[in-house]
Every structure is written in structure tokens, then in C-alpha cells.
Design a protein around this ligand. Structure first.
Ligand code: AMP
Length: 299
């Protein structure tokens, strides 16, 4: 079953204490789509400028990502740059140059409008709403977000929450959205805003799902070395949605399994700059790591 992913498609310049890499393929939709592609066919919607390197279009193609919804328009591709502190968790944004993203109008090709699974990856909530307006009866819609939208577009975000099945956000965003320090209570408060499924990401400490069937704790795969965590959250939710769309069994057990696969897929993302590691990972490596992670939490 195919999945629709809408989000940012970017060129990222990333600085860590050890290295600096300019103009890597980035953006929430890029990470999420590559991650989802290991599990199910992906239809991606985004916008890039005419400076977007052909090798990145090839990378999408190698992952069989359908690009009918990718707009290539005159102008500069969205450029984001960030710098990590020594702990590789804290990062600060150095620059955000919107380029063609400033006037992005996500238009869904007709064949995408009936996608049963929809991931509204991180973009302005007004655009996420615009995508939903074009959908015909999706089965399961999940939105991702970031602190920027909590700060500058809270009204739109609250409108969006009334219309999605699931929300994925990190722990500090959950606290900011609900004014509640305890993330378990914060998740309960988010249910009241609309989504029946709330996933709170806690970085290297994994993620918590709060659903109508209860709570599920998903650990992060313990990595010895993190090269670049950019896009780990997008990879997590992309793989999770791809796995969910491609899986069988009861919804809740598929969702829990999908979180485990999301977690291990995100771990590969952290092992290289940008998408360099994730784009070369194999199904076998993902499966092996998922088994390891499950074994690490069993007795
Ligand atoms: P993450 O590490 O999961 O927060 O995702 C990082 C990605 O988010 C980078 O590839 C950026 O290009 C992208 N990004 C940064 N700022 C924005 C924004 N304002 N809207 C959409 N995507 C963004």
C-alpha cells in the first residue's frame, strides 16, 4: 500500500564538532521518504529550485520514490544550516533561506489524493492543512511539527490537530504545546486537542506512544557513535508510517512494530552526514538491527 509524504525538500549545510558538510540532501520529506521506501512505495510532494543537484533526484529515484508531486521551479532550493554542540544533541540553526519554499503550494496529483496513509512531515501547518483539504478519505493521517510552528503558527497547528489521527513531536515540543512538564500527562492533554495517537520522541532515549489501547515504549537503538543526528526524527516517522502501510495484523500491533522499525531506521540515519548512510542501508541490515533491538529489551 503506498504512502503519501509531504514536507520540505532542502539542501542542508551541517556542522558538527568533527566536520562540516555543505549542501547535502535534506528536508523532512527527503528523510521521511527515503526511510519509508524500505517498507512501501512512496509518493512524495515537495518543491525544489532549478539549482537542485541531479544526483539527488537520482537518489530519490533509486529508492523508487514517485516524483510526480515534486515541483521543480525557477529559483533557489530551500537551504537550512545548523551546528551541533559537542554532545551532538543540542543544535542551533545558523541560517534558513526559504528560496522557492516561500511560495510553495503543495498540489497533489490526482493519483495521490486517495492514498490511505498520509504523513504530513514537518512544514508550516497551513500547508499541512492545505494538503488535507485535497485528500479523499485517508485512513490514517499523521502530522509532524517543530518548535517554530508552536511559536509562530499555533492557531493553524491547533486547527490541524483537530483533523489528524496522530501527532509526532519531541518531548520539549510536547511540553511547550501543553505547558505540562510530565510527558505522559502532556500526551493525554494532546489527545484532548484531537489526535488519538500521540508519539513523543525523546532522542537517544527512544519514543513513547500513547494510543487508545494504552502506552508503548520504544527504545532507541544504542549507537556507539553518532556522526550527524539531522533528520533522525523525520526518518523515524517516515519508516514508521511506511512500515505501518506495508504491514499486516491488528492496527495496534502493526503500529508498535512500526515504531521499532522507525527507531532502527533512524539509528542508521545518525551514522552518516545527511542521508549518506541511510541511503545505502539494506533491508537485511534494518531487519538485523530490529531483531537486536527487540532482543535487547526481552528477557
Ligand atoms: P530534524 O533533524 O528531524 O529536526 O530535521 C532536520 C531537517 O528539517 C533538515 O533537513 C532541514 O532541512 C529541515 N528543516 C529545518 N527547518 C525547517 C522548516 N522551517 N521547515 C521545514 N523543514 C525544515
Amino acid at each position: 500500500m503506498s504512502i503519501l509524504i509531504v514536507g520540505s525538500t532542502a539542501l542542508d549545510s551541517i556542522k558538527t564538532p568533527k566536520a562540516e558538510n555543505p549542501r547535502l540532501l535534506g528536508g523532512s520529506a527527503s528523510y521521511a521518504s527515503v526511510a519509508a521506501s524500505f517498507f512501501t512505495p512512496v509518493n512524495m510532494v515537495g518543491v525544489v529550485g532549478d539549482d537542485f543537484p541531479k544526483k539527488y533526484v537520482e537518489l530519490y529515484r533509486r529508492h523508487q520514490i514517485d516524483l510526480e508531486g515534486l515541483q521543480i521551479v525557477p529559483g533557489k532550493t530551500f537551504h537550512w544550516s545548523g551546528e551541533y554542540e559537542v554532545n551532538m544533541n543540542n543544535r542551533r540553526t545558523l541560517a534558513t533561506e526559504l528560496g522557492v519554499f516561500e511560495t510553495f503550494n503543495p498540489v497533489l496529483p490526482k493519483s495521490y489524493q486517495r492514498s490511505p496513509y498520509v504523513l504530513l512531515a514537518n512544514i508550516a501547518p497551513a500547508l499541512q492543512l492545505h494538503v488535507l483539504d485535497q485528500m479523499k478519505k485517508p485512513r490514517f493521517v499523521v502530522a509532524d511539527t517543530m518548535d517554530l510552528w508552536l511559536n509562530i503558527a499555533l492557531k493553524d497547528l491547533l486547527r490541524l490537530l483537530k483533523r489528524v489521527d496522530g501527532l509526532v513531536l519531541n518531548d520539549s515540543e510536547a511540553r511547550q504545546l501543553t505547558q505540562e512538564d510530565n510527558v505522559v500527562v502532556a500526551a493525554q492533554k494532546i489527545h484532548k486537542l484531537g489526535p488519538a495517537y500521540v508519539i513523543v520522541k525523546k532522542g537517544e532515549h527512544g519514543a513513547i506512544l500513547s494510543s487508545p489501547k494504552g502506552t508503548f515504549i520504544c527504545p532507541a537503538y544504542p549507537l556507539k557513535k553518532v556522526v550527524d543526528p539531522t533528520g533522525a526524527g523525520d526518518s523515524f516517522v517516515g519508516a514508521m508510517m511506511g512500515c505501518l502501510a506495508g504491514g499486516t495484523g491488528s492496527f495496534e500491533s502493526r503500529l508498535r512494530q512500526a515504531m521499532i522499525f522507525g527507531s532502527v531506521t533512524a539509528s542508521f540515519c545518525c551514522e552518516g552526514f545527511g542521508l549518506t548512510r541511510l541511503a545505502t542501508v539494506t533491508d537485511k541490515e534494518i531487519d538485523r538491527r530490529a531483531k537486536e533491538l527487540v532482543a535487547m529489551t526481552s528477557w
